[in-house]
Design a protein around this ligand. Structure first.
Ligand code: PAF
Length: 299
């Protein structure tokens, strides 16, 4: 297939590297220098200690017609991308954002494109403008955003590599909600307290705060199986005990966080159901202040 990947971050480069084995890839970046660097050097993917180089086309400015466009930019860059996508002829577009706020934007978006949504369960870290490390091997689960969007091409995305599987599912919303729950429990607290993920369960006071955020989120999302879900959140804290969450890393590096995509989405949902969410409100306001201060003190 002819696939266009929008975004030159870790996930964009990861998708471009693996999918280039069987597909013709064009990656769209915001900066000209990054596109030039990718055209000159290809993309270097490091996985399990080995580095591979793939040749891709790289461009700035969205144009053309693809069998599939994959949007990998963060939520705060999405609106600009939607505006650009509105100028393109009707095509299939897969959105791979974290959090769930983009679903509200996609619902409001008046477009003839065929929309798909996916959840990325990989860990990836951007090293340079043309190098990415695959730090955690997972899956991409994806499916149609609108029931009428056909997915007869789904088999073409299967089997790119054992390390990079794209699994079609109509249950993607449930998968997104569970990921959102993990992120809202771990990310804001680690960013506010400047602690690694494991401390949220080794310190009983932090664990209590995490449980309060969990309870609010579960009731906003109307999720059942609370015990299983809490055990899942705790197990992710164990497995990633030594990690700095992505939100903590964003705060430390002075970057915009995914606060709106994660906490913002839940607060919007809470408001529509008249649910009081004092912990999430506190997280949201404190993170907003921290983002403005651009703290860079965590070692
Ligand atoms: O955003 C993150 O950092 C990760 O999704 C997770 C699972 C919270 C681990 O750090």
């Amino acid at each position: 297939m002819k696939i266009g990947i929008i975004g030159g971050g870790a996930i964009g480069m990861l998708c471009a590297s693996y999918l280039s084995k069987h597909h013709e890839i064009t990656i769209f970046t915001r900066r000209k220098e990054q596109a030039e660097e990718m055209r000159a050097s290809g993309i270097e993917l490091t996985v399990r200690g080995q580095t591979f180089r793939t040749v891709v086309d790289a461009q700035t400015g969205l144009k053309g017609m693809y069998d599939l466009l994959i949007v990998t930019v963060k939520y705060h860059q999405l609106q600009d991308v939607l505006n650009e996508l509105s100028t393109l002829p009707r095509q299939r577009i897969l959105f791979l954002q974290n959090g769930m706020a983009h679903l509200l934007d996609l619902t409001k978006w008046k477009t003839a494109h065929q929309l798909y949504v996916g959840v990325v369960e990989h860990g990836a870290m951007k090293m340079t403008d043309h190098a990415v490390i695959h730090t955690g091997i997972g899956l991409i689960k994806w499916g149609p955003f609108h029931h009428e969007a056909s997915a007869e091409f789904s088999h073409e995305l299967e089997g790119a590599s054992d390390d990079f599987k794209m699994v079609f599912t109509t249950e993607w919303k449930k998968v997104l909600e569970e990921k959102l729950l993990v992120n809202v429990c771990i990310n804001p607290l680690t960013a506010l307290l400047h602690v690694k993920n494991g401390e949220l369960i080794s310190n009983p006071s932090y664990e209590h705060m995490m449980k309060c955020a969990f309870d609010e989120s579960v009731s906003i999302l109307q999720m059942s199986e609370k015990e299983r879900l809490w055990a899942h959140v705790v197990s992710i804290c164990h497995k990633t005990a030594d990690n700095q969450s992505s939100m903590l890393q964003d705060i430390v590096r002075g970057r915009q966080t995914e606060r709106k995509a994660i906490v913002g989405y839940l607060l919007t949902k809470a408001q529509t159901q008249a649910i009081h969410a004092p912990y999430l409100t506190f997280f949201n306001r404190s993170l907003e202040v921290l983002e403005k201060k651009q703290t860079k003190s965590f070692e």
